[in-house]
Design a protein around this ligand. Structure first.
Ligand SMILES: *Cc1c(COP(=O)(O)O)cnc(C)c1O
Length: 379
């Protein structure tokens, strides 16, 4: 491979066109070149400030708290369900992809009762059906929604679902993992009980830290719910309210990286500016891939600007692993598909990348199609 056809990020790494971990800025990586004392006042103050800023990004008020947990995003989802669902509660889980199904799996591990309302993977959750399901079952105490279902890249109607859940007097738990920091979330106005997210998606931090934005009233009513010491949000919140410290070893380098990443988000113009950059990335990607014959799975109006799912080409010579490897050799890492219904692959629009990177990616795709002799890229 000639050196000039290999793309590299600013730090010399391949570009991650994946929904997290993703390409972070050089400054975010440099922020981790330090050792922070977990009980030291400087770290405690940085941690406090990070939590405060995360509440702001969620559209929270004084009623809301950010409770961090060590681990990947799923740790926060499990902490949210385990800590906030009473052991005799019943969850209505709204499912249109693998992350929704994961919420049911977590409930099954925890022994929490759940019922599913499922939708096709290429259709959004329908608020009218949610309203009907709540009206039909008075035993449902909580509802779970995945904001952007990263399986397909679909945007679910958070506001409309929140309106229905609030009107029915139930509590809404949101998995906002792949939307937090880019798509609007108004926890206070929407009356959300909790929102789970992580540092390493639209916030463009390092993986290893996740968090829930929780309504304080919901958290103080959560006595005795938690199934797990490590994932007990109430205990974590109480300890932090006491001495400002994490209960167990914090991912100090991730907190340092997240503090820098939040500075960058603010400098960029906050979530609206980030959403606009991602939308532009997504538009350039979809237009360019369409011009090469690829077809996205979702209708344009349903597509969130986070990750795009494409149908695998029908060309008899098509092989995803060869396609992946040839793109990786040119400096771009993409994602396999996760749909149960259609053979697909995914390309992320998020991270410290702009449309020039997407354009370079499209050049690489063109070269790879040529190299692998793939002519028929339609589904
Ligand atoms: C990434 C993601 C998660 C969490 O995944 P981890 O691999 O545990 O970080 C959960 N829900 C959604 C919608 C996601 O995109």
């Amino acid at each position: 491979m000639p050196e000039d056809s290999v793309h590299r990020s600013a730090s010399g790494d391949p570009v991650l066109l994946t929904p997290g971990p993703l390409t972070t800025s050089v400054a975010v990586k440099q922020a981790m070149q330090h050792d922070a004392g977990s009980r030291d006042p400087a770290f405690i103050e940085m941690n406090r400030r990070v939590r405060e800023r995360l509440v702001g990004i969620a559209g929270g008020s004084e009623r809301h708290l950010c409770v961090p947990v060590q681990g990947s995003g799923t740790f926060a989802v499990e902490a949210m369900l385990g800590s906030l669902l009473p052991r005799n509660g019943r969850l209505l889980n709204l499912v249109n992809g693998a992350y929704g199904r994961r919420i049911s799996t977590i409930c099954d591990y925890l022994g929490r009762e759940r019922v599913e309302l499922t939708f096709p993977e290429d259709r959004p959750v329908d608020p009218a059906q949610v309203a009907a399901a709540l009206a039909a079952d008075a035993g449902i105490t909580h509802v779970a929604l995945v904001h952007c279902e990263t399986t397909s890249g679909i945007a679910n109607p958070l506001t409309a679902v929140a309106d229905v859940v609030r009107a029915a007097g139930r509590a809404l738990l949101v998995d906002a993992m792949s939307s937090f920091g880019a798509l609007p979330i108004d926890a206070d106005v929407l009356g959300l009980a909790a929102v789970a997210a992580s540092a390493n998606k639209c916030l463009q931090g390092a993986p290893g830290l996740a968090f829930c934005i929780v309504d304080e009233a919901v958290l103080s009513a959560a006595d005795g719910n938690a199934h797990s010491l490590c994932l007990d949000l109430q205990a974590q919140a109480r300890a932090m309210a006491g001495n400002g410290q994490w209960r167990f070893t914090p991912p100090t380098h991730c907190v340092l990286a997240l503090a820098e990443a939040l500075d960058e988000l603010q400098a960029e113009g906050g979530p609206p500016a980030r959403e606009a950059r991602y939308r532009n990335n997504c538009r350039v990607l979809v237009e360019g891939m369409r011009a090469l014959g690829f077809r996205p799975v979702l209708e344009p109006a349903l597509q969130a600007p986070i990750i795009v799912t494409f149908h695998q080409p029908r060309d008899p010579g098509w092989d995803f692993t060869r396609f992946y490897n040839a793109l990786a050799a040119r400096g771009f890492l993409i994602y396999p598909g996760k749909l149960t219904e259609a053979a697909s692959f995914r390309v992320g629009c998020i991270g410290a990348i702009d449309a020039t990177v997407i354009t370079a990616f499209l050049d690489a795709v063109r070269a790879v199609l040529d190299e692998l002799q793939i002519h028929d890229t339609g589904p």
